[in-house]
Write a protein that binds this ligand. Structure first.
Ligand code: FRU
Length: 517
């Protein structure tokens, strides 16, 4: 098991082409990883994140800061909470302290309170441990002060981190609840507090399901099942690195109940270990089946009770080596979550948050009439790789054994310089993204890969929403029942979307493409 808190550094040089995405947040000149402190306040979404203010590889961990009013257009601000001689500032969350329970603000003008992990450095009084600390802002998140009484919660552990705090109102009363991890024990630990400063231990969940790496960045929140307010379930998100279904880092989740003290996973959410003690990772519940969706956490207080998450679009297997510069690493699109009964169990449904603004900025293409191909490929859309594409497609399965789309990059003479392929395997009931020939793939031996996830056709139909940006592809299958997120680094040039069928025919019954340049 690797120690994920000492991520190895890679090259810091600027490697062209830039690949900076259009629809995804990147820091201008620096490194980022996990989203932190996702909070909505006074009409503004705040995205804080793990940031190295001095370089584009992991290190000097501090909280960077960006804001948005639509979750798509972000403005970068100065570093919010900086590392110092004592500590690196690791992942955590932010709450709006409405009742002024902490005393950092006033009831009329509540403070924002960040609960973060102090990763104490050599020479500090707490060296060798990770503990939870507070910082507060009384100017709507723009400047931050570390609390003089830090740390507020330690366990004498070197791997106790990533606190997500939320307001609990329920049968067990009204209080702040923290979920954090004992990373190397594959445990989520729960605490409660009246004032964010004094914490009382509640319970522990885990190990369970995927346990082949450190548990990191947990989240716990309620959602109605199929929109029914009388049927609420709790979702426990547990990120894991390594040991995710596609290799390296990824996010699993459990569905169950939380009584204010303990999270209990539904029987359906738990995967029993095989006789040899291993767990079939493909039976676990995953937020995403791709290689590049990690450390996903939710806004604690998005308006209208929406549950919106953002993930870090990379993988610790190669995050420090991706061929971009001067920036490195992007956030995923924001996703809105709901719970629905799928195959008899409540499971997460995820939809990308793409406000209409994205559509109005773009060129819109609609397929005039259905296209059928048999044992061949047929171009259905052309653009430049300089544009980001939002593709909505519906396929009617015919006799083809495999069908899908190719995203082909072409050079000046029309020659194919690379391609990312998306295939549905009818007999296997699996959707796969293949990025082995997607462009720059040789910068790390673990990068070239094929990711797949189980997908069930509905009345013979496969519906896909695909967002292709300058260095990523995010696929939402069957209206968000499963997702695959992968980085890809294609050569610049033309891009053709081709409909492909193998071993029979398939019909593309609908296709719309929004191209944003
Ligand atoms: C997850 C993680 C967290 C930690 C942070 C450090 O990617 O390892 O557990 O708080 O990154 O940057």
């Amino acid at each position: 098991m690797t120690d994920t808190t000492t991520h190895p550094a890679g090259p810091a040089e600027d490697t062209a082409p830039n690949f900076r995405p259009i629809l995804h947040y990147t820091a201008k000149n620096t490194w980022l990883n996990d989203p932190n402190g996702l909070v909505w306040h006074q009409g503004v979404y705040h995205l804080f994140y793990q940031n190295n203010p001095f370089d584009n590889v992991w290190g000097n961990m501090s909280w960077g800061h960006a804001t948005s009013t639509d979750l798509l257009h972000w403005t970068e601000h100065p570093v919010a909470i900086a590392c110092d001689e004592e500590e690196d500032v690791f992942s955590g969350s932010i709450v709006v302290d409405h009742g002024n329970t902490s005393g950092f603000g006033t009831e009329e003008d509540p403070a924002l309170v960040a609960i973060y992990t102090s990763a104490f450095k050599e020479g500090s009084a707490h060296q060798g441990t990770q503990a939870q600390s507070l910082a507060f802002s009384t100017d709507a998140g723009m400047t931050w002060n570390k609390y003089a009484g830090n740390p507020v919660l330690g366990r004498g552990s070197a791997h106790f981190r990533d606190p997500k705090v939320f307001r609990y109102e329920g049968p067990a009363g009204s209080c702040w609840v923290m979920v954090a991890v004992e990373a190397q024990h594959q445990q989520v630990v729960l605490y409660r507090s009246a004032n964010l400063k004094d914490w009382e231990y509640l319970s522990t969940f885990g190990p369970a399901n995927a346990t082949g790496g450190e548990w990191e960045c947990p989240d716990l929140f309620p959602l109605p099942v199929d929109g029914d307010p009388d049927s609420v379930k709790w979702v426990l998100v547990v990120n894991i690195n390594p040991g995710a279904v596609a290799g390296g880092s990824g996010g699993q989740y459990f569905v169950g109940d939380f009584d204010g003290v303990q999270f209990t996973a539904d029987f359906d959410s738990l995967v029993p270990a095989d006789a040899d003690g291993t767990t079939d990772l493909r039976h676990c519940l995953w937020l995403d089946w791709g290689r590049d969706y990690y450390a996903a956490v939710s806004f604690s207080n998005a308006p209208e009770n929406r549950r919106i998450v953002i993930g870090w679009m990379s993988n610790w297997d190669y995050a420090n080596q991706t061929p971009t510069g001067p920036w490195r690493s992007a956030m995923s699109l924001a996703r809105e979550l709901s719970l629905a009964m799928v195959g008899g169990w409540p499971q997460l449904i995820q939809k990308p948050v793409l406000p209409d603004l994205a559509e109005s900025r773009g060129r819109v293409f609609e397929l005039a009439s259905a296209v059928t191909v048999e044992d061949s490929s047929h171009p259905v859309h052309s653009s430049s790789s300089g544009e980001a594409l939002i593709i909505r497609a519906e396929f009617l399965a015919g006799t083809a054994r495999r069908f899908g789309l190719d995203f082909r990059e072409t050079g000046p003479a029309g020659e194919v310089t690379g391609q990312t392929t998306l295939r549905y395997d009818v007999a296997g009931g699996e959707l796969a993204v293949d990025r082995t020939a997607s462009g720059k793939a040789g910068f790390h031996p673990l990068f070239p890969s094929v990711e797949s996830c189980p997908v069930t056709l509905r009345d013979g139909v496969l519906a896909l929403e695909i967002v292709l940006d300058h260095c990523s592809v995010e696929v939402f299958a069957q209206h968000g029942e499963s997702t695959i997120t992968d980085l890809v680094f294609p050569a610049p040039g033309g891009r053709t979307v081709c409909l492909v069928a193998d071993g029979g025919d398939v019909t593309l019954s609908q296709l719309s493409v929004v191209a944003i340049g």
